[in-house]
Design a protein around this ligand. Structure first.
Ligand code: ATP
Ligand code: PAU
Length: 420
């Protein structure tokens, strides 16, 4: 028997936890239908899982949304709904993921949404990413469930649109170590935007509206490249180890700087300072330096910088190509790492001459999984979140808009010139 789906109510959705929490849960305060539902995004490197749990108790006053404890309407609010939880596993540890699903009883058949079935009577769970195809048999054999495949790009866009529209304190800029939340008015300054999803590989998507997008570019030099190349060059055994190493690194013994080529000076005629990287890894060269002479810490940092700058530059070029000012970066390559975000932000600022700013999402790696989760409903409310004008640094600065106007005018005149 095929039952109708219980309603997923995302109205009033908000982050649960404080502003520094990683992968924070999202509170769905108005979720009244009893749903037991999960969705998976099985990527080349990581499996991302989003699931709902019911939460009937009161919000702990110390755990108010984002620590905005002076907001009395929040601290005393009873939770009648539930929570969205975000969990990830390395793709090669799929057994851990299966074990987790089992231990949390996420496929309990007694819950109504889990009983959604296909024509053949098989229980379905939403899944996206390449692994939704690659691991379909495994899920069928292990749990007797069918993965109900959703397109990866559709899910990325749906997840991003939901977060940008409905979740306060989701988006932020990260410039020279300073994190500032950005509030988006869904009616004024949401579309179009560029979504740069840095997973194993990188997808660059121009998003025009709900379900309206075009994957305009991509690059195979992504998170998988940093991880694979880094492990090959340093002997590290994981992404986390590489990132940790990079924190003690210095790129200058490895990267060839403009000053190294120009006798210590700038090449000011073309606007290159002495400290600009002329060539990533350029100091490893015949007769000079070999890989074995380099510290793993420095290798990891140079690599992180190389990949991040390069993605930043490609993102900027695509923003120019379409005259888009808003560039959001997602994907687990970022992993909330300050250095990565600073570098991407620097690249966007540098290339746009300060006219555009990189923006990041707190649920960076979960866009696809969230989109798959929401696909059971296919409708996301447009409701603008409440104002957060009191948030530290919230809102775009007027100067930014002005600068960007100039930036766009410049781009269109360059484009006109190149056409004529
Ligand atoms: N614990 C981790 N293990 C492996 N990679 C990690 C880890 N944490 C962060 N990463 C980085 O995140 C990247 C994967 O990001 P993400 O999960 O967004 O993409 P994916 O879905 O696996 O890839 P794709 O979409 O290309 O199939 C890795 O390539 C790596 O750079
Ligand atoms: C192949 C996908 C979409 C899988 O997630 C991703 O890894 C990606 O966008 N890679 C970059 C491929 C390219 O456009 O060069």
């Amino acid at each position: 028997m095929v039952r109708s789906m219980p309603h997923l109510d995302v109205s009033g959705a908000a982050i649960h936890g404080n502003s520094e929490d990683r992968d924070p849960a999202i509170l769905l305060p108005n979720q009244s239908d009893n749903i037991s539902h999960l969705a998976l995004d099985i990527g080349g490197s990581l499996i991302k899982l989003v699931y709902f749990s019911r939460q009937d108790n009161l919000v702990d006053a110390d755990k108010t949304l984002l620590g905005v404890s002076n907001d009395s309407s929040i601290s005393s609010c009873p939770i009648t709904g539930g929570m969205l939880h975000f969990v990830k596993f390395e793709s090669w540890k799929i057994d851990d993921c299966l074990q987790f699903i089992q231990s949390k009883q996420l496929l309990r058949r007694s819950d109504s949404l889990s009983e959604i079935q296909n024509n053949a009577g098989n229980v379905l769970i939403k899944a996206t990413g390449g692994g939704a195809y690659a691991y379909a048999d495994l899920f069928k054999d292990k749990f007797g469930v069918c993965l109900d495949k959703e397109d990866e790009m559709d899910c990325l866009v749906a997840g991003a649109n939901f977060l940008l529209k409905a979740i306060r304190y989701e988006v932020f800029t990260h410039i020279e170590g300073q994190k500032e939340f950005v509030q988006i008015d869904p009616k004024e300054d949401l579309f179009p935007y560029l979504l740069v999803n840095i997973g194993s590989g990188v997808s660059i998507i121009k998003v025009n509206g709900d379900g309206s997008y075009e994957r305009v570019s991509g690059t195979h030099l992504g998170g998988g490249t940093y991880c694979g190349q880094g492990m090959a060059m340093t002997g590290c055994e994981s992404f986390d180890e590489l990132i940790e190493l990079s924190q003690q690194g210095d790129n200058t013994p490895i990267d060839l700087l403009v000053g190294d080529i120009y006798g210590g000076g700038d090449y000011s005629k073309i606007g290159l300072s002495a400290s600009t990287i002329a060539s990533s890894f350029g100091k490893i060269m015949p007769g000079k330096k070999k890989l074995k002479d380099c510290r793993p810490e420095d290798i990891s940092l140079s690599l992180l910088r190389m990949i991040s700058y390069n993605i930043g530059q490609i993102a900027y070029l695509n923003a120019c190509r379409y005259g888009i000012k808003r560039i959001y970066f997602g994907g687990f390559f970022i992993r909330g790492n300050a250095y990565t975000m600073n570098t991407i932000s620097f690249a966007i600022r540098y290339w746009s001459k300060g006219a555009a700013e990189a923006m990041f999402l707190r649920h960076e790696g979960f866009l696809g999984a969230l989109g798959a989760f929401l696909s059971c409903e296919k409708q996301i409310p447009v409701g603008a979140p409440q104002s957060i004008s009191n948030a530290k640094g919230g809102g775009f600065k007027k100067a930014y808009h002005l600068k960007f106007k100039r930036f766009c005018t410049k781009i269109s005149s360059v484009m006109q010139r190149s056409r004529s």
